[in-house]
Design a protein around this ligand. Sequence first.
Ligand code: ARG
Length: 462
Amino acid sequence: MTKTANTMWGGRFAAGPDAIMEAINASIGYDQRLAPQDIAGSLAHATMLAATGIITDTDAAAIKEGLVTVLSEIETGNFAFSAALEDIHMNVESRLKEIVGEPAGRLHTARSRNDQVAVDFRLWVRDQCDLADAALAGLQKALLGQAEVGADWVMPGFTHLQTAQPVTWGHHMLAYVEMFDRDRSRFADARKRMNTSPLGAAALAGTSFPIDREMTAKELGFDRPMTNSLDAVSDRDFALEFLAASSICAMHLSRMAEELVIWSSAQFRFVKMSDKWSTGSSIMPQKRNPDAAELIRAKIGRIFGANVALMTVMKGLPLTYSKDMQEDKEQTFDAADNLMLALAAMSGMVADMTANRESLKQAASSGFSTATDLADWLVRELGLPFRDAHHVTGSLVAMAEGKECDLPDLTLDDMQTVHADIRADVFDVLGVENSVDSRMSLGGTAPAQVRAQAAYWREKLK
Ligand code: ARG
């Protein structure tokens, strides 16, 4: 039996689509998520059509009432989505026709699915920017809580994952607060730029009906209508910017996840994840695995992937709309879902984890972490050029290495064999606490600086 043609556009078609054609063409399997946005767009459009006299108030009222019913059917799971109707736009309109009859056919006046989908997807992505912002603020607060508890806890700072200089736990936590704040500003920028309305661009060229685009833009919370109809229906920059911001944010999450995996290992023991955020092994009873951190690290790939996929979809498209653009949604949805999940998991893990002050201090006190402090002392107290001080310190590190001890364990006699002028007060700078206390430069790791920064963030994140 041949299928009948689509009732929405099938006037010139004698037969319906091949089953495979329907499968490749239909987006309803995923774009049903856009139902609230689609109906918001239609409500605004119907209001405007009546206000401009393009349709009657009576028809607009029937349409709007019907749309509200459709939305509630969808929200309560009482809606039969149909692949034959391709997408959310036609599924909604078709059901509207069943409910209100003839007026439903007037809703699509001065509109096309091309501007319709551009509106729906923009509204959806705009919401995601807001959700990302809120989730990031939550994560920042969790990190800030950690920073405040351990503002002066000493830990090793690393470069090349080799012990470099002692830093403070609070300083390390606040580094992530800064990163996530830049992410927030990227989402905010993207949101601002995307907040213009494509509605009224119609298929691509605008319309001959006397529509009021300012009115629909305002109704939907957009700052203004987009000013070029060709651009309005073919632009997906807003989704790309969201995915780009998401990718950078995801990269930050992944770096942090990587640190948590390392820090929670038996070799580091810098942090203990709470039971809520650990998993056990079915064979090794001693294990507490940081699965959530690992999954965050792994899920990030999907977000990068969505960004690359959409760039690739868009790069070959002539103006204006091509069906390729239907592929913008599925991966963006997946990226957004996984970003929100990763942010929530990271916030939970960070809020519940306990830093091990002793292990942090112990690690900070090994690996010659105060070698730079020693070199600085030689410069400050003995007037050595830094390069010479670096060399003297290097010899002292080698000596300590030979004796299998750390710098503070060398005797003054030992030190004087390398440089005769070294005095006993050098030992003051070799302790890790003194080292961090001395890093008072702006943005430095000194607890006093960290507390000041934490206070700044506490106020800002209120
Ligand atoms: N489902 C389509 C999409 O997501 C809606 C727009 C269809 N427009 C068209 N001219 N076929 O892109």
